[in-house]
Design a protein around this ligand. Structure first.
Ligand SMILES: NC(=O)c1ccc[n+]([C@@H]2O[C@H](COP(=O)([O-])OP(=O)(O)OC[C@H]3O[C@@H](n4cnc5c(N)ncnc54)[C@H](O)[C@@H]3O)[C@@H](O)[C@H]2O)c1
Length: 270
């Protein structure tokens, strides 16, 4: 059902790889709510994924951009403003990748070139995106930027590896740049801390299936789906949340504030 919450708004959506991607669901919901946007992903993801199908469904144009490359980001903003006919109102940063996780390097034996890549792709890319947008004055007043994160930024989940450090940095950039962009142009910047969700990036984490069941048992509302994440994200892009900025917002069915659940306790009862 549409409420036209994003009618007249223009956006850029990073990170839709295939139909399981959280960004894919968010793009579909934004389209339903009346937004127009461009879709972007790394050149290799455009070749391997199915983003063109999403582009067709949402009448969006696809622009290739490696989110760690400043010239790509400059081109992305320039082209998006041309295609959409003006400045941007919302941006979704839905990007994560750790070569250490991919290559099964444990946290105590990291490859440091990989570690830099994890930080650059998964966290510093948000800074690069915001800095490029600010330089080109590409975001309208009261615009909204949302990045996706995970609770491993606050609590230890051993198999999340160096992505935990990347998410901590991502959330810190959200606060620091959120302050600057708020002062400068009333642009807001927030992160959504999402439940574990079956996607290409999620499934790369060791023991993911067991972990998703554990999180389900620990969350009073159960795990939050990608579809409900899309609903929440729409509210953050809308004018109904204009005074929310610099926040890390848990969207996890209550997982983050649950010490233990009855379901989990039962497993340890005699
Ligand atoms: N799946 C989960 O359990 C979960 C939970 C909480 C947060 N998140 C976060 O949600 C976001 C989206 O992940 P997802 O689970 O939808 O998986 P996904 O694999 O569908 O999305 C990750 C995206 O990052 C893109 N990407 C990688 N390197 C890039 C680069 N250099 N430039 C531009 N794009 C690049 C990929 O192409 C892909 O589209 C990530 O930030 C992830 O950490 C996921």
């Amino acid at each position: 059902m549409s409420h036209n919450l994003l009618k007249g708004k223009k956006g850029i959506i990073f990170g839709a790889l295939d139909g399981n991607s959280i960004a894919w669901k968010i793009a579909e919901r934004c389209h339903q709510e009346g937004a127009v946007f461009t879709l972007t992903n790394a050149p290799v993801a455009l070749r391997l994924g199915t983003i063109r199908q999403l582009a067709e469904k949402t009448s969006a144009q696809v622009i290739a951009a490696d989110a760690t490359a400043l010239p790509d980001l400059e081109n992305l903003f320039k082209q998006s403003m041309e295609i959409l006919g003006g400045k941007i109102d919302f941006i979704l940063h839905s990007i994560g990748m750790s070569p250490n996780v991919r290559k099964n390097k444990p946290y105590t034996d990291l490859d440091y070139d990989f570690y830099h890549k994890t930080m650059d792709i998964s966290a510093i890319s948000l800074h690069k995106t915001l800095q490029t947008a600010m330089k080109h004055d590409a975001i309208n007043e009261w615009g909204s930027v949302v990045a996706l994160t995970y609770i491993a930024a606050q609590r230890v989940f051993p198999d999340y590896n160096d992505m935990a450090d990347a998410k901590s940095l991502l959330e810190s950039i959200t606060r620091s740049f959120g302050y600057q962009y708020g002062k400068h142009k009333k642009v807001r910047v927030n992160t959504i801390s999402q439940s574990p969700t079956r996607t290409t990036a999620g499934s790369g984490v060791k023991g993911f299936d067991a972990f998703i069941s554990y999180a389900e048992a620990m969350s009073p509302l159960g795990n939050a789906s990608a579809d409900s994440c899309a609903d929440y994200c729409v509210t953050l892009f809308s004018d109904l949340t204009r005074m929310v900025t610099m926040q890390n917002l848990f969207h996890d069915g209550g997982f983050s504030f649950t010490g233990v659940s009855e379901e989990v306790m039962k497993k340890f009862m005699p």
